[in-house]
Design a protein around this ligand. Structure first.
Ligand code: PDD
Length: 279
């Protein structure tokens, strides 16, 4: 694989980041994951806008103009011959002697991008069969709207889900579902799609925005509000969205079937129109 590090395209084994990098020492970094389908980037503008916002919330500038960032994404897709897959981008506050206070503003940021090939990304077993989730308390920090690389708790939750024979976790705070470990969460009841509104509690998903727009265009009813686990268990359908998974049906919550225990029509339809539009 050819990866991008601070202006250079290098074989992955030759790429180097300092041990003093604040991304490594403090999780002082933000990231984006953009999908590639048929060699085309999905919603680059949305990811670039969210990157700029995340950086801004942490007092960091964009490391390069958006069009340069787009050029790097395209170069990596071409150099690695990616048809279907992902591009991971991380920007850190750079390397400085270890100190809780931020280093001088002129400290060069670290910018890393790499690709992950995912042949058949649009048609996976999880998409056909649906996934099982378990509920766990949401023990993350209070600014989940900033896409930081502080991902230890979501990673622990994913492992706990696996240990319980499930695929992922839905996290619960104050009695309501916030989101999945790396995706936004939805239920469908009596034809209405319910998903939590935006705020500091969840990440503003780029896929979420696209899917809600497509649902509105298809005359579907949407309620943006918190929903409880009991509501989710009694729902007709459940699903999640993310850049890497698109729309994935959820067929089981804490061991109990949702709806008929098979992917529902709303999730299947939204997945189809989202992928059609992205191709
Ligand atoms: N995760 N919520 C969380 C906590 C996420 O980490 C993600 C994305 C989403 C969905 O956002 P989007 O639709 O913009 O991908 C929601 C990425 C894919 C990841 O960490 O790999």
């Amino acid at each position: 694989r050819i990866v991008y590090v601070n202006g250079d395209y290098l074989p992955e084994d030759a790429a180097r980041v300092s041990v003093f990098d604040r991304g490594f020492l403090f999780a002082d970094a933000v990231y984006e994951v953009t999908s590639v389908l048929g060699g085309r980037l999905i919603d680059f503008d949305g990811h670039a806008a969210r990157l700029e916002r995340s950086l801004g919330e942490l007092g960091m500038p964009m490391p390069m103009p958006r069009d340069s960032l787009l050029a790097v994404h395209r170069d990596l897709v071409a150099r690695n011959s990616i048809e279907d897959g992902l591009i991971y981008l991380q920007v850190t506050r750079g390397a400085a002697d270890r100190d809780f206070a931020y280093p001088d503003a002129d400290t060069p940021q670290t910018v890393v991008l790499f690709t992950q090939a995912k042949p058949g990304l649009a048609d996976t077993p999880a998409a056909r069969e649906g996934i099982r989730v378990v509920s766990l308390p949401d023990l993350r920090w209070g600014r989940r709207d900033i896409k930081t690389v502080q991902l230890l708790y979501p990673s622990m939750a994913k492992m706990e889900a696996r240990a319980r024979g499930a695929d992922d976790a839905w996290m619960i705070e104050d009695g309501a579902v916030t989101e999945g470990t790396s995706n936004n969460a939805y239920i469908v009841k009596d034809g209405r799609i319910v998903t939590r509104g935006l705020g500091h509690e969840i990440l503003s998903g780029i896929t979420r925005a696209a899917v809600l727009r497509l649902a509105r265009e298809a005359q579907m009813q949407i309620e943006e509000r918190p929903f409880t686990l009991d509501e989710a268990r009694a729902a007709d359908e459940a699903f999640v969205t993310s850049a890497s998974a698109f729309v994935l049906p959820v067929i089981e919550i804490d061991g109990a079937a949702v709806g008929g225990g098979t992917p529902g029509p709303v999730a299947r339809r939204l997945r189809e129109i989202y992928i059609d539009e992205s191709r």
